[in-house]
Ligand binder design. Structure first.
Ligand SMILES: C[S@@+](CC[C@H](N)C(=O)[O-])C[C@H]1O[C@@H](n2cnc3c(N)ncnc32)[C@H](O)[C@@H]1O
Length: 327
């Protein structure tokens, strides 16, 4: 009954506020595309913080810094998001309405939209559960995510890697928003051709200390040989007990025809020079597939979170988060 009245409040507000909502969406999305292209920054990294903005406004994941960041970020529009999400936000304030995609609990039913929110929350949990056992954090392809800024333990050394334009704009925006944190060491690199382990070491990374490596939604933009090369580098840099948290997309999801929305997305991200490449086969034993991949690189797959096998047409999962330990 409560759910019904919440949905009813949302539908009415959506009808009444439709013009504002559409205008906001149009403005925010056009601004994002235009500026991302002209500044040659990662478009997909912007998509992630949109999800974080939404999670914050529905009280699911507090991240005041991401709001300050977006308010000062040239490629997103806080006002545009607010207008776009206004019906849902008002429905939330008056009736407690929460869009279903934000809080799906059953990961087998996660869809090609709701996995974005699941992913953010799961990586948060992985960090929270492991951070105090580590001495260092390396975020590979950090994008505009501000997890590093939210790490409270001041003894931990934090490094972020990303391409120059994306990272430079992040630093500029953090300074403008007055949330720049000098505990974080930023190293710009192209994973395809930079000796980033050397850069890390030159900047104070200590190979004898335990490290949490985050590799969230980055490997899918790399060729398989670069992904494997990244594992070699992680392994060579890691003290025993270090952890790698990363995600995998299925070949069917990123390269097949089953997901119409994803197919459109593929064409869109291509326009920003971000091609989806590396995937794994999820039609058989996923654990085995990941174990095989890690085997040669001193990585042991410890835990996997397999998403979507009940939501897809093929009844196959499409997305997995894995937690691996360096032996
Ligand atoms: C989808 S975003 C994910 C960002 C962040 N990990 C997150 O989850 O919010 C992909 C990120 O990978 C970075 N990236 C892709 N290819 C890269 C490469 N060859 N070298 C360095 N960074 C790369 C992009 O610049 C972008 O920031």
């Amino acid at each position: 009954m409560i759910k019904l009245s919440q949905n009813f409040a949302y539908i009415i507000l959506q009808l009444v506020l439709l013009p504002i909502s559409l205008l906001g969406a149009l403005y925010a999305l056009q601004k994002e595309k235009k500026i991302s292209k002209s500044l040659n920054i990662s478009y997909t990294a912007g998509q992630v913080i949109q999800g974080q903005w939404i999670l914050h406004y529905f009280g699911i994941r507090e991240d005041k810094k991401i709001i300050k960041f977006i308010k000062n970020f040239p490629a997103e529009s806080h006002i545009g998001f607010y207008m776009m999400m206004m019906p849902a936000i008002i429905a939330n304030r008056i009736s407690g309405f929460i869009p279903k995609a934000l809080s799906k609990k059953n990961i087998k039913k996660i869809s090609s939209y709701s996995f974005l929110f699941f992913r953010t929350k799961k990586f948060d949990t992985i960090i929270a559960e492991n951070i105090n056992k580590m001495n260092q954090v390396v975020i590979i392809g950090a994008g505009f995510d501000l997890r590093a800024n939210n790490i409270k333990n001041s003894k931990i050394r934090i490094f972020e890697l990303d391409k120059k334009n994306t990272q430079d704009l992040k630093i500029k925006t953090l300074k403008k928003a007055k949330i720049y944190d000098n505990r974080i060491t930023y190293i710009n690199c192209d994973l395809n051709n930079t000796d980033w382990p050397k850069e890390l070491i030159n900047n104070g990374f200590d190979k004898s200390k335990k490290t949490l490596f985050l590799f969230e939604s980055v490997s899918c933009y790399l060729e398989r040989k670069i992904v494997e090369n990244t594992f070699i580098k992680i392994s060579s840099l890691s003290a025993k007990g270090s952890i790698l948290a990363q995600d995998f997309y299925s070949t069917k999801f990123l390269h097949g025809n089953e997901f119409k929305r994803v197919k459109k997305g593929k064409e869109l991200v291509k326009k920003f020079g971000e091609n989806w490449k590396f995937t794994i086969d999820m039609s058989k034993d996923i654990n085995k597939e990941i174990e095989q991949l890690f085997k040669t690189y001193n990585l042991i797959n410890e835990e996997v979170f397999i998403c979507g096998e009940q939501s897809t047409k093929s009844k196959e999962p499409f997305y997995v988060i894995s937690l691996a330990r360096v032996i």
